[in-house]
Ligand binder design. Structure first.
Ligand code: HEM
Length: 226
């Protein structure tokens, strides 16, 4: 016999579900490729430049997507934050390269990450919630730790680390709490929250792939076989 309450599930927080769904992948990300090197103070300036250059298209796609959905009910409040990381990111890369960064390669993993976000922006755009969660809450969490580490080694300057600053938000803990609640409200309005939760795992996997790809690209080319 079924009971009437069998189908009534308590409304769940999409952020809590994303957190739980990506917990293992978060640990994997911290231990992957260039991210692991950065955490251990072993990454080079060139490695960091290559990582940031390959994140730039992903941020552009995310921010373009959110802007495109500024009037979509589920996404309007998130879009209104206009966290705009692409502009400081591009400025940092330019400063890090001493000018033009045209010679820094866009790796297939960087292209794939941006392409996935652009795809998520199609239709109702709700899967952008997962990408906003992954990048912006990440930047407000581990990103702040990374900023301190990067200033120590390889000794990056403030104008090379502006990506981690959120002008207009003096209290980053408050911004993070507010943004988390905006993500939850967006998730509550979404037609298909499950798709957002699944997209969160994809977003983390794409970051892990990129982290390894950047580290691999920095390895010396193997000697040609005889
Ligand atoms: C560089 C290595 C990393 C470190 C040291 C780190 C550290 C942390 C810490 C300490 C938190 C918890 C903050 C809190 O609860 O207030 C956190 C949360 C988070 N991190 Fe990371 N992280 C790293 C890499 C990443 C990566 C690569 C991603 C994804 C691109 C990521 C995405 C997130 C997200 C989305 C949260 C928010 C979790 C939530 O509260 O739901 N992190 N990180």
């Amino acid at each position: 016999m079924t009971t009437a309450i069998a189908n009534t599930t308590a409304p769940t927080s999409v952020v809590s579900a994303l957190y739980l769904g990506t917990k293992t992948l978060h640990t994997e990300a911290e231990r992957s490729g260039i991210i692991r090197d950065l955490l251990r103070g072993e990454a080079s300036r060139d490695g960091y430049i290559l990582l940031q250059r390959n994140l730039l298209p992903a941020y552009r796609a995310l921010e373009l997507g959110l802007e495109r959905h500024r009037d979509t009910p589920a996404l309007a409040a998130l879009a209104a934050y206009r966290l705009d990381r692409a502009t400081p990111l591009q400025a940092d890369i330019t400063a890090l390269c001493g000018g033009d960064f045209a010679g820094i390669p866009l790796l297939p993993a960087g292209e794939a990450y941006a392409a996935r976000i652009a795809q998520a922006a199609e239709g109702d755009g709700e899967r952008l919630i997962a990408h906003a969660y992954t990048r912006y809450l990440g930047d407000l969490s581990g990103g702040q730790i990374l900023k301190r580490l990067l200033a120590e080694k390889p000794g990056l300057q403030p104008d090379e680390l502006s990506f981690y600053d959120f002008p207009g938000h003096a209290d980053l803990a408050a911004l993070k709490a507010d943004y988390r609640s905006a993500l939850d409200k967006a998730g509550a309005l979404a037609a298909n929250p499950q798709a957002i939760i699944e997209e969160g795992s994809t977003a983390f996997s794409l970051n892990i792939d990129l982290s390894w790809a950047v580290q691999n690209a920095l390895l010396p080319a193997p000697a040609a076989a005889e």
